[in-house]
Design a protein around this ligand. Structure first.
Ligand SMILES: Cc1ncc(C[n+]2csc(CCOP(=O)(O)OP(=O)(O)O)c2C)c(N)n1
Ligand code: SF4
Length: 247
């Protein structure tokens, strides 16, 4: 019979809001690292945003990159500590907006890190501003009060569809709205870490994740929104897998 215990790497509580997806992502990361025996080699790079809570919550070497620069910081760590398992845990504002250049050039250089992007469709920590890449048309945010309008604010863009064309090792999108998708997301994250173990290239895993606080929804409503709306614009699945193996 399977037993479910708290990963030993989680040593402190984190301060995420109730129903936030960041904590689920953190849990999946720690489970994967421990199942692969990599917890002593892990170096965590978080952002100056809501992923920052992981900095003190985990028993890993960790650093907070300046907002948006996580991929560049992780690149530097991997260059000087190639035997470490270096991962990024950052938001979609960090990874796809202010840090778009850092993310794309880390992908272009095929730096062998594992980048985990929490796509909650919004700038969470700063109070819920529109995200140019991920806020859906019609979604109300503090900077699109009447709902995002394509004529004045442009369309969202599927960044994984762009990054997959940069000849990266692995790109996949998961979601957290039910157990099946959480399990699938875990398999993608695990593959990202296995790729580092096997000296392969850049892996990126995006996770469709709720921000009930800024979406002004209950956690259940937020999960329903992801399933019924966000996933239609941002389909889950594997976008590229250079190894061609099954996950
Ligand atoms: C260089 C810089 N610009 C802006 C900020 C302010 N800032 C902090 S968090 C954040 C947005 C975070 O959104 P996201 O990356 O999507 O992460 P989330 O909080 O939603 O997980 C911004 C703009 C900053 N800390 N540093
Ligand atoms: S503001 Fe949103 S992303 Fe940040 S901790 Fe709260 S629910 Fe999570």
């Amino acid at each position: 019979m399977a037993t479910y215990r708290k990963p030993v790497s989680i040593i402190n509580e984190a301060g995420w809001c109730g129903g936030c997806g960041h904590g689920v992502v953190q849990r999946l990361i720690t489970e994967c690292l421990e199942e692969l025996g990599l917890q002593d080699k892990a170096v965590c790079v978080v952002d100056i945003a809501c992923s920052y809570w992981s900095l003190d919550a985990l028993d890993y070497d960790a650093i907070a990159g300046p907002h948006g620069r996580c991929a560049a910081v992780a690149t530097g760590i991997k260059k000087v500590r190639p035997d470490s398992t270096v991962y990024v845990h950052a938001g979609d504002g960090s990874s796809y907006v202010i840090g778009l250049s850092e993310t794309c050039y880390t992908a272009i250089r095929d730096i062998p890190i594992t980048m985990i992007v929490v796509n909650n469709g919004i700038f969470g920590m700063t109070g819920g501003q529109m995200n140019l890449a991920t806020t859906l048309i019609g979604d109300k945010t503090v900077s699109s009060k009447e709902g995002r309008d394509a004529d004045t604010m442009g369309h969202p863009v599927d960044m994984l569809n762009i990054i997959k064309n940069l000849d990266v090792e692995f790109a996949a999108r998961g979601a957290l709205y039910d157990a099946k998708h959480i399990d699938e997301t875990k398999r993608y994250i695990k593959r990202g870490f296995e790729n580092q173990m096997n000296k392969k290239g850049f892996s990126i895993i995006e996770v469709l994740s709720p921000c009930p606080t800024n979406w002004k929804m209950t956690p259940i409503q937020a999960m329903e929104k992801i399933k019924n709306e966000n996933e239609k614009m941002f389909p889950v699945g594997i976008y590229t897998d250079r190894g061609g193996e099954t996950v």
